[in-house]
Design a protein around this ligand. Structure first.
Ligand SMILES: Cc1ncc(COP(=O)(O)O)c(C=O)c1O
Length: 393
């Protein structure tokens, strides 16, 4: 049986997979099983932040696994402590970290912290968490319910109670009540359509929540790890959340999720845990990814390539106004609104045929999440292929 047949026979069909099998990669380049090359403007949905087959990350992983891979969280893990230090220092916040294995798990941790915080003081149990329409927070039963998209709430019930959805940021205030413990938002909604929040509204929300003792949780699973120009989008928006979640880009490809919080005494021994979370393998890789990205940011290279990518994308948008209605996003989390969903799916197919991988977000957004280390040459090559794809429509 070939891979396609094996996949069909043995893997549950939860993904509508594209018919391509990548076998290797280098930075923003991918190669498929037939030897065809592609430019990758997806980085594995925002994961491969330092590119495919990064030499430094590979060396760090090889060194770590040649010594020790896993012991459990019952004992000290040097790489975990270092990764936590690097994450906290990069954020600029006074926080501590808990390590899991995915974005959804990080958000589960955030919800548990908020719920325990809401239960600890006072007579009224505060459990309500407000999230936004079009948000995306994960695929576990609780994070599906936290996700403000009705289509995600088909089947799987009964769900955990206590999630309330605000249509817009300005509707949040009207939904706060004595039972509310937290508000959870993405500063740039990723899966919802690369939709940035308004900075003044976010600052006003932060102030409102602080005055009411309601926690602000920022889901940075997609926006974190310098995707929007600073370590966190919260840094770009100049706010201080109570809880931040991270995953995707901080591991560069190894499964990792982090919930970090300034509420250091809410969770105590036995409240939360993970067998794999923060093991030697994932945190050694994360330490190296964070070192690379910090050097890249400090040298000015991240800003340089972000500007270049956005200039080229802007030119592409302006040259194809009959297809695209708006350019959206921040940093290297970018999108083009496509005039309709059918045109978007035609573009995605033509892009793949022409050797450039791009993503869909929401109903009608063409999404770009390139590796942060993408080169000028890779950007030029990717847009040459994309132009060819557009001409073929
Ligand atoms: C903002 C956000 N939160 C949570 C998740 C879930 O992350 P994971 O798939 O690692 O569980 C995602 C994944 O796309 C995301 O974009």
């Amino acid at each position: 049986m070939n891979i396609k047949e094996l996949d069909k026979k043995y893997v549950l069909p939860t993904y509508a997979r594209g018919d391509v099998e990548f076998v290797s990669g280098k930075n923003a380049r991918l190669m498929d099983a037939d030897g065809k090359e592609y430019i990758d403007f997806t980085s594995g949905i925002g994961v491969v932040s330092v590119g495919h087959a990064n030499d430094r990350v590979n060396a760090a992983i090889c060194k770590q696994i040649s010594e020790i891979t896993h012991t459990s969280n019952l004992y000290h893990i040097a790489a975990q402590a270092s990764a936590a230090q690097k994450i906290v220092e990069a954020s600029g916040y006074d926080m501590q970290c808990f390590f899991g294995n995915s974005g959804a798990e990080a958000n589960e941790g955030a919800i548990k912290i908020a719920r325990k915080y809401g239960e600890k003081d006072g007579e009224i149990k505060r459990y309500k968490i407000i999230t936004l329409q079009h948000s995306f927070h994960g695929r576990t039963i609780t994070t599906v319910k936290a996700t403000g998209q009705a289509s995600m709430h088909n089947y799987f019930g009964p769900f955990p109670d206590g999630f309330v959805y605000a249509d817009t940021m300005s509707d949040i205030e009207g939904l706060l009540d004595d039972h509310t413990c937290a508000v959870m938002i993405e500063l740039v909604q990723g899966e919802g359509g690369v939709q940035p929040q308004d900075k003044a509204e976010v600052k006003a929300l932060e102030k409102l929540l602080k005055s009411k003792g309601v926690l602000l949780i920022v889901d940075e699973v997609q926006t974190g790890a310098y995707r929007t120009g600073e370590f966190l989008a919260s840094n770009v928006y100049d706010i201080t959340p109570d809880i931040v979640t991270l995953a995707k880009g901080i591991g560069g490809g190894v499964p990792i999720g982090v919930v970090m919080t300034s509420l250091k005494d809410v969770l105590t021994a036995g409240d939360h845990g993970s067998t794999f979370g923060g093991n030697f393998l994932s945190t050694a890789a994360t330490c190296e990814v964070l070192d690379i990205l910090k050097e890249y940011k400090d040298s000015g290279n991240l800003e340089y390539i972000t500007k270049y990518f956005n200039e080229v994308l802007d030119g592409f948008f302006k040259a194809n106004k009959e297809l695209f209605t708006q350019k959206v996003g921040i940093g290297l989390m970018c999108g083009l609104r496509v005039k309709d969903a059918d045109t978007l799916s035609a573009i995605l197919n033509a892009a793949k045929e022409n050797g450039v991988m791009v993503l869909k977000a929401g109903k009608n957004t063409l999404r770009f999440l390139p590796p942060l280390t993408i080169t000028k040459e890779e950007i030029d090559e990717g847009f040459t292929s994309l132009n060819r794809a557009i001409s073929s429509l």
